[in-house]
Design a protein. Structure first.
Length: 157
């Protein structure tokens, strides 16, 4: 009979709060926010690099090349999500996630409509450059991408 043991680990935050003379929750949260904000420029550079990588993915020459090219596009879109999500850049995450869903739903035995990758790459670039205050324009871009998904993905059972 196997015995499973569970070693509980405390996070650095809980250690800081629980230790005698430790920091208050408010101070700890303020430090955490400051640490995250310090990483914003680095994350935005990753977003820029990955959008450029997505734009640079060349269309496949045939079905045998398609899986490789779709993998490249998927990896770039997924990296955008990873870099943008801690900063709640939900529109970038939504657009990149939609592309990942479309690639996941693509049948392996049929040619993928490469315009989907191109449209998503251009949309990500547009969302990246639009000012945050342009909520109507951002919503229009995301609505258009949702229409692409509805047309291209098979209906869910």
């Amino acid at each position: 009979m196997a015995v499973i043991t569970h070693a509980r680990k405390k996070s650095n935050l809980s250690r800081m709060i629980d230790s005698p003379g430790g920091v208050s929750v408010g101070v700890a949260l303020a430090q955490a926010r400051a640490n995250i904000e310090a990483k914003r420029a680095e994350a935005m550079a990753v977003v820029e690099t990955q959008i450029a990588a997505l734009e640079a993915v060349t269309p496949p020459t045939g079905l045998e090349d398609q899986a490789f090219r779709l993998n490249e596009a998927y990896g770039a879109a997924n990296a955008v999500i990873d870099a943008a999500s801690p900063f709640e850049l939900l529109d970038l995450c939504s657009a990149a996630s939609g592309l990942c869903d479309l690639i996941d739903g693509a049948p392996a035995d049929k040619a993928f409509d490469w315009r989907i990758v191109t449209v998503h790459a251009r949309s990500l670039r547009l969302l990246q450059t639009l000012p945050i205050e342009e909520t109507a324009a951002r919503a229009t871009v995301l609505d258009s991408l949702r229409m692409v998904s509805r047309r291209k993905l098979p209906p869910a059972d």
